[in-house]
Design a protein around this ligand. Structure first.
Ligand SMILES: [Zn+2]
Length: 376
């Protein structure tokens, strides 16, 4: 398979509607998995729910050194409310641009991972190569659910010594990203007639006081030299059922982005104190991902990227979350690079596109990273 094939594989993967919700990654997962199987990989499929399929494929392997993990997600976000001028699923092109939902985020990255892996399969199959493990996940969008479920299966996941995440960076090697805590807080009150508020307990007042406290919240954590400081945003608020009633229920939705070194459990305990008797429903809790740029493997990544990207490389981090936060639960201590052909600015946009030249570059970079890791 040549670099050109990664473009055509991107188009093939685009043709599978994996818009999440509902996801339906199964057919897309099986197509990618079959290609790897045909190239000699041992492939396992894992459905955390019917149709929500992830792929774990490995080749090579030795006792001396764990494999390199390459990972990407198969689901894509909904098309949005604005009308597309291009077909989101057929892979229309215009010059070097390939259009469609998931071209940047991140079926091009998945295709480049699969093609690079297949290209090197013959030499990896031999003994004494650490080998690679390809992890293609379901349900990354909206909370990294698929990878969270995979992280509960250490036997299936095995080991990995470093992780390459093919999320959109225009092939710039990013050394990490912030963590996140997302929660709803539900406030209870006592209903009464709007003309007699003294007889009730107003849940909206409780929520409003909590929102004011959250706006003034001080993390007390030092800013990270590359990522900056942690952030907190109250994104939703709802409550009450009629203007002439004392509301007995209100809730808020909060999104916190953390930096390396912050203790999420301690932070949640502090928030609980502020929120009083509110019921806290934490639906996403993922640590920040950070690899010291001076680390030997990261320096190798920079070196291997430099001739292909032709630019000076410095430590930068991605603005979004990735599955690496979950994969590190099973691949503890592994350095992580986020590097993929998509354009970060195109993720989740109407008329999403990626540049086909970047897909070929990604294949070359992934091959270089695999060869370097496996010494082949
Ligand atoms: Zn993504």
């Amino acid at each position: 398979m040549k670099a050109q094939d990664a473009v055509s594989l991107t188009r093939t993967l685009l043709g599978f509607d994996t818009v999440n919700p509902p996801g339906r990654e199964r057919d897309c997962a099986h197509r990618a998995g079959q290609l790897l199987k045909d190239a000699g990989f041992s492939v396992e499929f894992f459905d955390y729910e019917p149709g929500r399929t992830s792929v774990v494929a490995r080749i090579g392997g030795s006792e001396a050194k764990p494999p390199l993990c390459l990972t990407g997600h198969l689901d894509v976000v909904p098309l949005g409310t604005r009308k597309w001028t291009k077909d989101p699923f057929s892979g229309e092109t215009d010059g070097d641009k390939l259009y469609g939902r998931g071209t940047s985020d991140m079926k091009s990255g998945v295709a480049a991972i699969v093609v690079a892996s297949i290209n090197l399969s013959k030499i990896l199959r031999g003994k004494n190569s650490p080998g690679i493990v390809v992890v293609l996940t379901a349900a990354e969008e909206g909370g990294c659910v698929g990878s969270a479920r995979l992280a509960e299966l250490p036997k299936l996941m095995g080991k990995a010594g470093a992780i390459v995440v093919g999320e959109p960076t225009s092939n710039y090697p990013m050394v990490g990203h912030k963590g996140s805590i997302k929660f709803h807080a539900h406030f209870r009150g006592v209903s009464a007639h709007g003309s007699m508020p003294q007889l009730g307990v107003n849940a909206i007042y409780k929520a409003a006081k909590a929102v004011a406290s959250l706006e003034a919240f001080q993390f007390g954590a030092p800013a990270h030299p590359v990522m900056g400081g942690p952030t907190l945003n109250v994104g939703t608020m709802s409550g009450g059922s009629g203007v002439n009633l004392v509301p007995d229920a209100a809730s808020i939705g909060v999104d916190i982005r953390t930096v390396p070194g912050m203790d999420h459990e301690k932070l949640i305990a502090r928030l609980k104190e502020i929120l009083g008797d509110a019921q806290l429903d934490v639906f996403s809790n993922l640590n920040a991902v950070w690899t010291e740029p001076e680390k030997a493997w990261m320096q190798r990544v920079f070196e291997l990227c430099k001739p292909i990207l032709n630019e000076k490389l410095e430590a930068r981090t991605a603005p979004y979350m990735t599955d690496a936060a979950n994969l590190l639960k099973v691949y503890a201590g592994a350095p992580v690079v986020v590097l993929g052909p998509g354009e970060a600015a195109m993720a989740h946009q109407t008329d999403e596109y990626c540049r086909m030249e970047r897909i070929g570059q990604s294949v070359a970079i992934y091959e270089a990273l695999i060869r370097d890791w496996c010494g082949v």
